[in-house]
Design a binder for this molecule. Structure first.
Ligand SMILES: [Cu+2]
Length: 287
């Protein structure tokens, strides 16, 4: 196979990639997090498919072309060919590196890192435990802050910046199109907050906060799981995330302050942990 043919095959692969980029369907994602993850997956796929086609093509061609050759001949030195594949590899690696770094630096994946004040400088009032590490204050004025306390086998959500304390058990209500900061902590041992549809996953540690940032774009109900095996009630440690419009969200908050509903409570209970309000612990044996 000559260098010209390899270059021609390379050119065809690149053209195929560009063609795929333009015809790819853009599926709606319910949050910025899931959009970032899906887009990165797609971009990496666009890079991987033509490379796979090229390599497999060369392999099949070589097997067919030289099937009757009795003796292998060494390849002639070809500087242009060597430079071509070195540069092509570098471009692919740069693309993968830049695309991933962009997603990681967005603040939505792997915790809000960019410009977030840390625990020492960003004092967040209303946290149940000492904010010795991990809880990042929002950089946006319109952000919603919620403390998420995981405990065997339920979730408690403390709306720490709401006027008047609002606490909800196993149902997390958030507004659409607003930055939401979830300060995650555990009251006993390891749990993990996992909402696959919204692209959220973070382990919960005792006495140590980890802040997740999200921005939900589609109103609806999403499933919340505990994704870290935590005991006999682990499989029942689920919850619901309700994404509401701004006005519905405000209405819900007002309702919670003025009485509450079955799975939520308002008032003095916000400083308690979920030990007493756990739905799941009542139906499983104590661990
Ligand atoms: Cu758990």
């Amino acid at each position: 196979m000559t260098a010209t043919r390899i270059r021609r095959a390379l050119a065809i692969s690149v053209s195929l990639t560009l063609a795929t980029l333009f015809v790819a369907p853009a599926a709606a994602q319910p949050s910025i997090n899931s959009k970032l993850i899906t887009d990165l997956n797609n971009n990496l796929l666009y890079a991987a498919v033509p490379i796979t086609v090229l390599v497999e093509g060369i392999l099949i061609y070589t097997v067919y072309r030289f099937k009757d050759s009795g003796e292998a001949k060494p390849t002639q030195e070809n500087r242009r060919l060597e430079i071509t594949w070195t540069v092509a590899t570098a471009i692919v690696l740069l693309f993968v590196g830049l695309a991933s770094t962009q997603v990681l630096a967005s603040g939505y994946i792997g915790g809000p890192t960019a410009d977030s004040p840390n625990a020492e400088t960003g004092n967040i009032e209303g946290l149940t435990y000492n904010n010795t590490s991990g809880a990042h204050a929002p950089t946006e004025d319109d952000a919603v802050q919620i403390e998420v306390v995981a405990v065997k086998y339920s979730w408690t959500f403390n709306y720490i910046d709401a006027e008047g304390d609002v606490t909800s058990s196993n149902t997390l209500v958030i507004p659409e199109d607003r930055p939401v900061y979830l300060h995650l902590v555990s009251d006993d041992w390891l749990h993990s907050f996992h909402a696959p549809d919204l692209g959220l996953k973070q382990d919960a540690f005792p006495d140590q906060y980890h802040t997740m940032k999200t921005n939900a774009t589609e109103p609806g109900e999403y499933q919340l799981y505990c994704a870290e095996y935590c005991g006999v009630g682990h499989s029942q440690m689920t919850g619901t995330i309700e994404v509401k419009s701004q006005s519905d969200y405000q209405q819900w908050l007002d309702e919670q302050r003025s009485g509450g509903s079955d799975n939520s409570s308002a008032g003095n209970e916000s400083n308690e942990t979920a030990n007493n309000s756990s739905n799941a612990s009542a139906v499983v044996a104590p661990a």
